[in-house]
Design a protein around this ligand. Structure first.
Ligand SMILES: Nc1ncnc2c1ncn2[C@@H]1O[C@H](COP(=O)(O)OP(=O)(O)OP(=O)(O)O)[C@@H](O)[C@H]1O
Ligand SMILES: [Mg+2]
Length: 291
């Protein structure tokens, strides 16, 4: 499926690829593909922001190019870098006479010694790629401004090599956990979609899709328990990833039911903070009291 004809067609293709998208998300992606606009997915932790980009790439036959953002990321990690070590080795291998040749230096800054990073790769690949710019909120302001530039014309200039422009832009998916506000300018470039926790029914469906071995009744209980936990004032509320993990853990242990005792022994699959653990343990009976 290169370009879906309808939202329903895209939804079905995503499902085939193992991703259950609600209508809002599928519509945002459908429009992003059709209008060649980047899409910004914000949401809680572990609700499927990264996964949807991966599945989108696989169902559309595009290559996934991932730029993982982090504090302090700069253009040499995002765009390109010169392979300094190879350049040095190359120089050493040259004879005196070769070094005197003015072209020798130019060659050192040619394609052979260029290390391509995700953004350059994406600009070169163009429409054949899904560019996932993951957790953009972790990068700093400066990097965001630079990204904005790249996203506006998909053109990069490398002083030693020249300008490279994408014939047609890649499909761009940005994700953010909202650890800080992104700038309006970046948001304005993008279509925006918020991914919240799925409704209980949908989450049951997701778990069964990922972990078919686990029974439906137990899955319902797990989902109900996770939803109760989300209502507590936890520092790290469990995402869909944790629900799946918990179900997988119970299934691995061969548990057929989820009561307070079983939950206590397996909480590590869902709760990853000491203080959260205390809160949850306090109301474990309540949490596991059934669907
Ligand atoms: N709608 C969904 N359909 C299928 N799988 C889903 C869905 N939502 C979440 N998942 C599963 O949940 C897990 C977590 O998803 P993912 O890593 O994409 O979350 P995220 O939003 O990127 O989280 P983080 O904020 O931690 O990066 C994945 O294993 C994914 O398969
Ligand atoms: Mg992610």
């Amino acid at each position: 499926m290169e370009r879906p004809e309808t939202v329903a067609e895209l939804t079905a293709a995503l499902r085939q690829g193992g991703y259950l998208a609600d209508r809002g998300l599928a519509t945002a992606l459908f429009v992003a593909i059709g209008l060649r606009r980047p899409v910004l997915l914000e949401g809680e932790v572990g609700v499927g922001k990264t996964e949807v980009a991966k599945v989108l790439a696989s169902i559309s036959g595009r290559r996934l190019i991932r730029l993982q953002c982090y504090e302090g990321i700069d253009t040499s990690q995002a765009l390109y870098e010169w392979d300094y070590a190879r350049q040095m080795l190359h120089i050493r291998a040259l004879s005196e006479q070769q070094i005197a040749d003015p072209d020798a230096v130019d060659k050192l800054f040619g394609p052979k010694f260029l290390v391509e990073r995700p953004l350059l790769d994406a600009v070169r690949t163009g429409d054949g790629a899904v560019l996932l710019i993951d957790e953009v909120d972790r990068a700093d302001d400066e990097f965001e401004a630079f990204l904005l530039e790249v996203l506006s014309d998909f053109q990069l200039s490398i002083p030693e090599i020249g300008t490279i422009k994408a014939e047609s832009p890649p499909l761009v998916v940005l994700t953010s956990n909202r650890t800080r506000e992104l700038h309006d300018a970046l948001k304005r470039r993008c279509l925006y979609h918020w991914i919240g926790y799925p409704a209980a029914e949908r989450e049951v469906e997701i778990v069964l899709l990922k972990e078919p071995g686990i029974g439906e009744a137990l899955t319902r209980k797990v989902v109900a328990a996770v939803n109760r936990m989300r209502e507590l004032d936890l520092a790290k509320p469990p995402g869909v990833a944790e629900t799946i993990d918990w179900a997988r853990t119970l299934s691995f242990l061969g548990e057929a039911d989820l009561d307070a005792a079983v939950a206590r022994d397996t909480l590590g699959a869902v709760i990853k903070e000491r203080d959260d653990l205390d809160l949850v343990l306090d109301s474990l009976a309540d949490i596991t009291s059934g669907a």
